[in-house]
Design a protein around this ligand. Structure first.
Ligand code: ATP
Ligand code: MG
Length: 875
């Protein structure tokens, strides 16, 4: 069966069991501080398990893109070395939200595998949770055991411990016991030799887990305690690529049609052979597996809007790509970018199931190519440096400091350095690395780690209403609150209300600020508003005194209004760019603040001044056109798209969406807007530049900010004209001034050279002989550098010279002493000691080498005394 059909068969099966089939959610998580990437099929549904919102249907099935490269689930080290762990993989899943439970979940899994996919029953093993006697003190899952007994021989039901049979998404959140289904794909011969049962969960490449049925019944709290969930849920996850291995009768995920087209392409491009029976070079095979895996992860992330960068999720993507680049460089001898050339075949093969890949192929290629080019530039040098470090190492551990240097100057992600070291059986001092990283982090920005307390619930009501489209002031009750502590912000409180006028950061728009006031007049400031798993959270520095009262919640009107001007302008800018530059322009990110707006979009060249002017004019024409806001809070998605609204890749949309229209501009948008474009007053682009290959960024301002901008520019202009004696043509006057200035500079340089030359001649005449030493002590009008040059120039013509020069620079004194090397040796003199001694006269200190040293001090009046003292010293 082809992989396409395997995926469809799964979805059809559950559709027939009355499940709603939904598309994969974007892989990059936006609204959850505990998770960077979707790492399992259930992550996008977390809000349903937590009871924060209602699912569309209580039975859902899908194929979800997952990435396991950071946090609790990190398989990066395995990838390429084994045949069944990937960074990015698809997880086929079926869900019950408070609907069916273990009985149906087990029955259907069994039916699908053995009836529909026709996997032989004697290839399968299942596991059930055996219970735990740790602090959770959980009982064995006999319920699951008894159900399994009806389908499979009891000697194929194995009991498993907490690590294998109790599933947790992260340190906090929904969790529960699980039953895993394992498949033994060994030959009959092998099976006869070793009982498959003994290989389950033993990391055997041919006895692997394919499906995990999780029986969600607890929530793990921040305190570490478990609480029983009000409703029981089913969460299952089946590794799609592993299932393909089983159904296509091969021994490795890389031999399925999910990977073979990519591998063939790598072979062609790099002129290498995967699993070449003649050379059987394991390193080449690993490299090819790694690259075929990593290109998928990177391409899907970029398609979801996550570009490689230096922080957060972007850095994770950069790390994965750099790992792939280095494998190609070292083992496939690829010194030029090549990974981007695999995107074509990938989008051809997967574009049908994941249209975002196809639509953004060109962008993905550009971004990967640029990353490759820039990393290859430093990779070679870095590898040489690392080689040197390895050779110099005294034992088998490489210091964290060196690893940090590689990271800092050559962009070597730490796991890449660790990997190269492990290939050579060497170790890495991770702790040392972390320490250096921390020092740097502390220097550049405050650490962002935070600890979050459990919620204190005041009103047991999960409903929360957002009323901020219609009003900026409303009476609210606090339903729950918790404390968060971070290095950056110190102690903060997060408050949730029953209803709120505060807009939570989202869709690029910043969160509202404002305040809460109770009936006693006490005020608490709300400094920010964010959304987390679909709950609107208000941030405050303090906790209100009377928590259970009714509060007047008031949004900062001015900041909201300015932000709205910028948000509406962002829509008009988007429209303008597509009009002026063409339909290829797609939004790639935006930030709408009260003071300015930022808009990233795909386009391949710098905008000309004319294009920028046209864009500005287009937007301003719509502002002058006084277009009214046409808001529709609930339009079927299909209809909105038909009307011309564009969905953004990497965003999650519901069936019904909100549309915002100003004239011909129509967008899917949850943000807040002005009532009429004329409110914006004026739009002005402040800057335009590149953010990545094929992605440009415009920063612009509106309203008050434009007024300030013009005012400041005007002020600078008039001040400049004033300084230029009211020149009629200030630019020309400035150019003249610049020309004159550079002429003068040249003249000064020449004069200084002449002066030094003369000085040298004059000084030589002043040298006298004292006790067979050529001696001169004198005050000169030079800076420290000039004195040094002079000393060495004169010095080169003598072999028994003693010089002491003093000078006064900007009210400070310097003394420099030069002694011929021969003299230093013959008379055991030391310029360093001498200047230190003489430095006392100028109230300072200094030092240097025996033949040249300098002291600085704050008493220029002492220079003459020092010079005299030198003379007496030689005499
Ligand atoms: P394993 O022990 O093999 O790493 P797991 O216990 O981490 O698996 P789950 O978290 O239960 O796996 O995920 C559900 C299913 O997803 C697994 O049964 C497996 O088929 C698949 N899966 C998990 N991790 C990966 C991965 N890195 N690459 C491909 N498939 C995976
Ligand atoms: Mg795992």
């Amino acid at each position: 069966m082809k992989s396409q059909d395997i995926r469809n068969t799964f979805l059809d099966f559950f559709k027939n069991k009355e499940h709603l089939i939904v598309p994969s959610a974007p892989m990059v998580v936006k609204n959850d501080p505990t998770l960077m990437f979707v790492n399992s099929g259930m992550a996008p549904f977390k809000e349903y398990f937590l009871g924060n919102s209602e699912p569309k249907k209580n039975r859902i099935a899908d194929s979800q893109k997952c990435l396991r490269v950071s946090g609790k689930h990190n398989d990066l080290e395995e990838v390429g070395y084994d045949t069944y762990h990937h960074t990015l993989f698809e997880m086929l899943g079926n869900w019950s939200f408070g609907d069916y439970f273990k009985k149906e979940a087990i029955a259907w899994a069994w039916e699908l595998l053995t009836d529909v996919y026709d996997i032989k029953k004697d290839m399968l093993y299942v596991t059930v949770f055996e219970g735990s006697d740790d602090k959770d003190n959980l009982e064995m899952d006999t319920e699951a055991y008894d159900i399994w007994k009806q389908y499979i021989a009891e000697d194929r039901i194995l009991k498993g411990n907490k690590a294998d049979n109790f599933w947790e998404m992260g340190d906090q959140g929904p969790c529960g016991p699980c039953s895993e289904i394992h498949v033994d794909i060994r030959s009959d011969e092998e099976k006869a030799k070793v009982d498959g049962k003994t290989l389950v969960n033993m990391d055997h490449p041919q006895v692997v887990e394919i499906w995990n049925l999780v029986f969600m019944q607890y929530n793990r709290k921040a305190s570490g305690d478990l609480e029983v969930l009000p409703n029981k849920h089913i969460d299952t996850g089946m590794g799609f690529e592993r299932l393909c291995t089983v159904l296509q009768g091969v021994q490795s995920n890389y031999d399925t049609d999910v990977f073979t087209p990519i591998i063939r392409e790598i072979e062609t491009i790099t002129n290498s052979t995967y699993e070449d029976p003649e050379t059987s070079d394991e390193k080449i095979d690993i490299a090819i597996r790694v690259i075929s895996d990593h290109v998928r992860a990177v391409a899907f992330s970029i398609a979801d809007g996550q570009l490689p960068s230096n922080t957060g999720a972007g850095y994770v993507i950069r790390r994965i790509l750099r790992r792939a680049i280095r494998y190609g460089f070292t083992f496939l001898n690829q010194k030029e970018p090549f990974i981007y050339r695999l995107v074509d075949i990938l989008s051809k093969k997967m574009g049908k199931a994941f249209p975002e890949l196809k639509a953004q192929k060109q962008l993905i290629e550009n971004v990967i190519k640029e990353e490759e080019t820039s990393f290859l530039r430093t990779l070679e040098q870095g590898l040489i440096l690392l080689d040197g470090i390895i050779k110099q190492a005294k034992d088998d551990t490489i210091s964290g400091e060196k690893a940090f240097e590689l990271y800092d100057t050559y962009g070597f992600p730490i796991d890449l350095t660790a990997l190269i070291l492990s290939e050579k059986d060497l170790k890495l001092d991770y702790k040392g690395f972390e320490e250096h990283l921390q020092i740097q982090k502390n220097r550049s920005r405050k650490a962002s780690e935070m600890s979050t307390d459990d919620w204190t619930v005041l009103v047991d009501d999960s409903e929360q209403e957002f009323v901020g489209y219609d009003t900026l002031e409303v009476n609210v009750k606090i339903t729950r609150y918790r404390k968060v502590t971070s290095k950056k912000d110190g102690e903060m409180f997060q408050l949730v209300f029953n209803l709120t006028p505060f807009y939570a950061e989202g869709g690029g728009q910043v969160g509202d600020k404002g305040y809460l006031q109770d009936t006693h007049g006490d005020v608490i400031y709300i400094v920010d508003t964010k959304k987390e798993n679909n709950v609107i959270i208000h941030f405050a520095k303090n906790l209100p005194k009377h928590l259970n009262e009714t509060f007047k919640a008031v949004v900062d009107e001015k900041q909201r209004y300015r932000t709205e001007c910028n948000h509406t302008a962002t829509h008009l800018l988007h429209q303008a760019l597509r009009e002026v530059l063409g339909d290829h322009v797609e939004q790639k990110g935006s930030a709408v603040h009260s003071k300015y707006l930022r808009f990233d979009f795909s386009h391949f060249s710098k905008l000309t001044l004319e294009e920028l002017r046209d864009v500005e004019n287009f937007v301003n024409a719509r502002i002058e056109g006084k277009l009214p806001l046409q808001e529709n809070r609930s339009v079927p998605m299909e209809q909105a798209l038909q009307e011309g609204a564009m969905a953004l890749f990497g965003e999650k949309y519901g069936d019904a969406v909100r549309t915002i229209r100003f004239g011909q501009s129509i967008e899917l948008c949850g943000g807040t807007h002005v009532n009429n474009t004329s409110d914006i007053w004026h739009f002005k682009i402040r800057s335009e530049g590149a953010v990545a290959a094929g992605i440009r960024r415009i920063e612009a301002i509106t309203n008050d900010a434009v007024k300030d901008f013009y005012f400041e520019n005007n002020r600078a202009y008039f001040e400049m004209r004033d300084l230029l004696n009211n020149a009629q043509e200030p630019v020309k006057a400035l150019q003249n001034l610049q020309a004159e200035n550079s002429d003068l500079k040249k003249q000064i340089e020449q004069l200084l050279k002449d002066k030094a030359k003369n000085l040298k001649g004059d000084l030589k005449n002043e040298i006298t002989e004292i006790n067979a030493v050529q001696f001169l002590a004198k005050k000169v009008d030079l800076d420290a550098g000039g004195i040094k040059d002079l000393c060495f120039e004169i010095g080169s013509q003598y072999d028994n010279l003693f010089l002491l020069f003093g000078a006064e620079n900007n009210g400070k004194a310097i003394l420099s002493c030069y002694i011929s090397k021969e003299l230093v040796a013959a008379k055991d003199l030391n310029a360093g000691t001498i200047v230190r001694e003489l430095g006392k006269h100028i109230q300072g200190g200094g030092g240097g080498q025996p033949f040249f040293a300098t002291a600085g001090g704050k008493n220029p009046a002492g220079i003459a005394i020092a010079l005299e003292a030198a003379k007496s010293y030689i005499e």
